[in-house]
Design a protein around this ligand. Structure first.
Ligand SMILES: [Zn+2]
Length: 317
């Protein structure tokens, strides 16, 4: 009986394979460093070995696995199962990952970009349970996202939907990693918050941010801004307010377009809690249209560090 599933989570620094039952309970795990400098063939060989490892640990045979879900950085093609040059995986260019896994194990394999897979995991197992229209947004090194409607990921024409971080808020704003200026990501990602802090701190600034960063301006990170803001540091509080304002503006656009029931915000928003969420909610209430605004809750994501494992298995449950 095909009673179990396998999930594979591919990150720039680590690989994970998990075995789970059909209710999403994770029963076995294997983890290894990606060693991305050794190229994609090496990483795929590691992954194939890790799938065998979790199968061996569980005592299950391949015949008992109904599917393998693979969560990986995009861009990628979910229909053909090909990965195209993710920024965190150098050399992964037009890699037919789905075919490579299926030809080894003869188990149906589903490939999905990690932000979409995380959105599905939050919708199935996390803060989106019980909602039909879920928008999930990461807030970490970048700002990614996924849209889940009636239990299905919304992919768009060629798997490019959900790029919530690249909506342009300030056409003359800071340069974004995508090559455009003033994207939400260029204002509110962790590195962008740090950059705004570095630009705001002068010799005259009365702030603890610099002290928390060991006195070196180029060591300032978003965590230092958050920590200082918690302690009431005026500059840090102002930087977090500005972050909430831009996030709220971006979310208001998405609320008007998508009319979600719930928006779940990950990582920095989870760490910051009400320090960000209260102002984000207020900004969305001010900026979004009344009807979609009344329908939406804005909440921290719930799955935390387990999201990578659950993202992968949620693709095949
Ligand atoms: Zn951008």
């Amino acid at each position: 009986m095909k009673s179990h599933v396998i999930g594979i989570d591919i990150g720039g620094t680590k690989l994970a394979a998990v075995l789970a039952d059909k209710d999403g309970n994770i029963l076995q795990k294997a983890r290894k460093p990606t060693e991305s400098e050794k190229g994609p063939q090496h990483a795929v060989q590691l992954l194939l070995g890790m799938v065998d490892e979790v199968l061996g640990l569980s005592g299950l045979s391949r015949e008992e696995i109904s599917g393998i879900g693979v969560s990986c950085g995009g861009p990628l093609d979910t229909k053909t199962g090909v990965v195209y040059s993710p920024p965190n995986l150098p050399g992964w260019d037009a890699l037919p990952l789905k075919d490579m896994i299926e030809s080894e194990f003869h188990i149906p394999t589903v490939l999905e970009n990690d932000a979409n897979a995380s959105a599905l995991a939050e919708a199935r197992f996390g803060g989106g349970r019980g909602y039909n229209y879920v928008l999930y947004m990461t807030m970490s090194t970048g700002i990614g996202g996924g849209i889940v409607a009636n239990g299905e990921i919304y992919h768009g024409a060629n798997d490019s939907a959900g790029e919530v971080g690249h909506q342009i808020l300030l056409p003359d704003g800071p340069l974004c990693g995508c090559g455009k200026h003033g994207c939400l990501e260029a204002l509110c990602s962790g590195p962008s918050i740090a950059r705004r802090a570095q630009e705001a701190i002068t010799d005259q600034s009365n702030t603890n941010i610099l002290k928390l960063a060991g006195g070196q301006i180029d060591h300032v990170r978003s965590e230092h801004v958050l920590q200082a803001a918690r302690n009431g540091d005026a500059l840090a509080v102002a930087l977090m307010e500005e972050t909430a304002y831009y996030m709220g503006w971006g979310i208001a656009n998405l609320v008007n377009i998508l009319n979600p029931q719930i928006v779940l915000l990950g990582t920095i928003a989870v760490a910051a809690g009400d320090l960000l969420l209260t102002s984000i909610r207020r900004t969305v209430a001010e900026m979004a249209m009344q009807r979609p605004s009344e329908a939406v809750k804005i909440m921290p994501a719930e799955l935390g560090d387990s999201i990578g494992d659950l993202a992968a298995i949620s693709l095949v449950i």
